[in-house]
Design a protein around this ligand. Sequence first.
Ligand code: ZN
Length: 335
Amino acid sequence: MKNIKRIIAFLFIVLSILAVGSCNNDDEIVRTKVEAGNSGENGNGNSGSGSNTGQAEGNEGEITLYKVDGDNITKIKDYKVSGKDLEYQKDTDKHNEIWELAKKIIPLNQRKKMSEFLIYNGEVTGSAGFVVEIKSDLSDWQMGIAINYAYEGGFNAGGELAYTIIHEFGHVLTLNDTQLDAAITQANCKNYFPGEGCARDNSYINELHSKYWNDIWSEYEDAKKDEASHAKFYEKYKDRYVTQYASTNPGEDIAEVFATFATTKDKPSGSTIAEKKMLLMYDRSELVEFRNHIRRNLGLKRAKGNVASFELPEPGSWKQANTIGNPYKTKCRRH
Ligand SMILES: [Zn+2]
């Protein structure tokens, strides 16, 4: 009996480490509270986001957590904050303004994969947005948007916030349970393994990896070990990536390809591998539909000669486009 208890305790520790490990390889974005609360295995009555009525103090700039329910968000909790963050917390009009934009970008059917929305201050982690799974089977995700950056230079200045939301949702789109099988370990995975689970046969990320990463995989694995080699790797294979940031890893690549696919007006000819990656998305009718939804709702689908009603960064020019992220992370984005 004692042994069983020990084994269970050991398993719980291992699972907890696995649950929080995917996003915090460089300790930038640690979602421990949310994930521990949702693991359902600690039995301490704290089911994290849902039933915690006391004011928890976030250590990653958390301000207010919302539950997403179709078109609406309802507050789950306010974190214990002070100073500038308290001002942000009280300014719920801003929270709603950010959510309204997210709602325009993410269609209702896709929103089913995202049941939590966090407003946070990105200064602590240096990130403009992030997503993290809240169920270990990858069927449910939380998106966090940094309110300070969302209003930097004015709301959605230069379309940066919209771009961030598209990029971040690109991670949910490509890492959710319809795309990956979280029950298959890396050792048993015959397809690409992005970290959260094993890519399914027909998944977007497996196709991207097998067609445009596999041939340079060992070179990439060597290069990612230090920044200078990674930068050289990018220079060598520049024509494969829509931005430098996309060369971070296949997870960032596919989020960037999706964001570029959605925000670039014309269908590319496919003269470079970067363009061919975008064409993979044109081959998937549900992604074309998603793209049309974004462009329609942001007023990007305009008749010739009319000025767009909405501004986005020029393709490849968002703030972090010319940087390389942490190659060991798949779904957290630095500002
Ligand atoms: Zn990202």
